[in-house]
Design a protein around this ligand. Structure first.
Ligand SMILES: [Zn+2]
Length: 533
């Protein structure tokens, strides 16, 4: 029985009829993707395929074209099979090739049924002389250097190249690799004597396995739909991440976590289906739809975490966030001194941590560790990871130290102008307020990076109370100088988890609970985007 399984989706067709100017359509949504299953089988010398029936074929026009089927009583084993083979020149079907390979095996040869294309097979014999094989098989043969993998089980011995695909012969159309189940098709990218499993799969079926790995499946429907569009869009921008390795995406955080069939959930699958083909675009191209768990009240500009200023990755205030995302870390001066020594910082013993840059959102953008013999400046993600050996990485940069820094965890887009403690007349501003965020500091605010400010001064006999009003249409990073040391220790109190750029997942959940739909959620976090389908 010949079997043909349809894998294709109509994604590409639906794109062509979308009401978007042709010149803006600088992308097409792929039907299938090649996902390297690095977390299960990377650089391996063998793998178990937990099926007792397999179909072997190729992908032709988005469809699986079967070239043969095999069965075994137990499971199959895949191994790299790179080397010198004597390959028969005649073509035959799989059954004939298996029979001949079995005969040659009984004669002591390492013989395989070797898949060519369509329904065509031949026989390949490893490490043998051509004349010997020609005599034994009574066929013409030629010697070839082949980089391939073998699939064996019971009497079955197959030699397959990377363009050959395997499908499980079970009712779910899944296959089990090293005890994990996946939809779609399986092959192996072989490099010499190692191989990495590759799942060739419909893009949306891949997303079925991604979305529940990236966001809690219990989240609101609209939040899950926002995540589904973000995941689809993100996947499209990562397709070149593994060029040269035989696959486009991997299954780890390096691309997006993909755990396959057993990890799927009805809620997340429904979210993928409901947003089929939808992609978030900026100027007609898919955006790099980065996201993190929780921003702690205000998202972040891309350039404050990485390097490039990305127009749609702008800091925005959160309306609210789901859950209490608070955290605390403690560090003593002695522990900090020991850390500096371990790292060879060369600034002597630790004396203080001074916050030197603070954003409108209250996030610490730069700090200096002050030592007896110099200072060490930390910024971007280094600021989160630098202390890891002493007190663990900081979950976010939205924190205060001993209560000093910006006011954190403040939600809401209304402009709230606040003042901190009264400041001495003629002194530098001790507090600046914007969007409900107050810089709490006893130190000086050295400058405001060109931000428009107006100051009202109410003078009484002993002190001036200044109300600072800031043009807060733009997010800003302020230079500050806030000493934080207290009683020989530093208590970091923070909110949020992750880099804070793009969509906040807990913010998306809160917005969904407030009644916003997934398009509104995505447009809140990704400035100036459109949703295309
Ligand atoms: Zn990757």
């Amino acid at each position: 029985m010949k079997l043909k399984k349809k894998i294709a989706s109509l994604l590409a067709c639906s794109l062509l009829v979308a009401a978007v100017p042709a010149e803006a359509m600088a992308y097409s949504v792929p039907e299938t993707v090649r996902v390297g299953l690095e977390s299960v089988c990377k650089g391996a010398s063998s793998a178990t395929i937990g099926e007792n029936a397999l179909y072997i074929g190729i992908l032709w026009d988005g469809e699986f074209e079967e070239g043969g089927a095999v069965k075994t009583n137990g499971t199959f084993t895949a191994k790299p099979a790179t080397g010198e083979f004597v390959v028969l020149e005649s073509e035959m079907d799989l059954d004939e090739a298996m029979e001949l390979a079995e005969d040659l095996t009984k004669m002591g040869y390492d013989a395989y049924a070797h898949y060519l294309m369509d329904q065509e097979w031949t026989v390949a014999v490893k490490d043998a002389s051509r004349s010997e094989v020609e005599d034994a098989a009574r066929e013409d043969a030629s010697k070839k250097s082949i980089e391939a993998f073998s699939v064996t089980g019971g009497e079955v011995k197959l030699l397959l190249k990377e363009d050959a695909l395997l499908m499980g012969g079970n009712a779910d159309d899944t296959f089990k690799l090293n005890n994990k189940s996946y939809r779609g098709m399986l092959t192996f990218a072989v490099t010499g004597n190692t191989m990495t499993a590759v799942n060739v799969i419909d893009l949306d079926e891949y997303l079925y396995g991604v979305v529940p790995s990236e966001m809690p499946r219990s989240y609101e429907k609209e939040a899950l739909k926002a995540q589904a569009v973000a995941a689809r869009t993100y996947a499209m921008t990562k397709l070149g991440a593994h060029v040269g390795s035989g696959y486009q995406l991997c299954d780890t955080t390096n691309c997006q976590v993909y755990k396959g069939y057993n990890n799927e959930a009805d809620t997340t699958t429904a979210a993928v289906d409901a947003t089929e083909g939808e992609v978030a675009c900026y100027n007609g191209s898919p955006i790099e739809a980065v996201f993190s768990t929780s921003s702690g009240g205000y998202t972040e500009n891309s350039e404050n975490v990485w390097w490039a200023t990305v127009p749609y990755l702008r800091a925005v205030p959160e309306l609210a966030e789901y859950n209490n995302n608070a955290w605390t870390k403690e560090l003593t001066l002695d522990e900090l001194s020991a850390l500096l020594e371990t790292k060879g910082a060369g600034i002597g013993k630790a004396k203080d941590i001074v916050i030197t840059k603070l954003s409108t959102g209250g996030r610490v953008q730069e700090l200096q560790i002050v030592g007896t013999a110099g200072t060490k400046t930390l910024n971007k993600e280094t600021l989160r990871t630098y202390f890891s050996a002493a007190c663990g990485s900081l979950p976010s940069k939205m924190f205060t130290i001993n209560g000093k820094g910006g006011e954190i965890g403040q939600y809401g887009i209304e402009t709230v102008v606040k003042t901190e403690t009264p400041v001495k007349s003629g002194g530098l501003l001790a507090a600046v307020a914007s969007k409900g965020i107050v810089a709490k500091t006893d130190g000086a605010l050295s400058h405001l990076n060109g931000k428009k400010i107006s100051v009202d001064v109410e003078v009484n006999e002993t002190e001036a109370k200044k109300t600072v009003s800031v043009d807060n249409s733009n997010y800003e990073v302020y230079s500050v100088n806030i000493s934080t040391v207290k009683d020989g220790r530093f208590v970091f109190e923070g909110v949020g988890a992750g880099h804070g750029v793009g969509m906040s997942q807990n913010g998306a959940q809160a917005m969904a609970q407030m009644g916003y739909d997934y398009e509104e959620i995505l447009k809140h976090y990704y400035t100036g985007i459109t949703i295309e389908d």
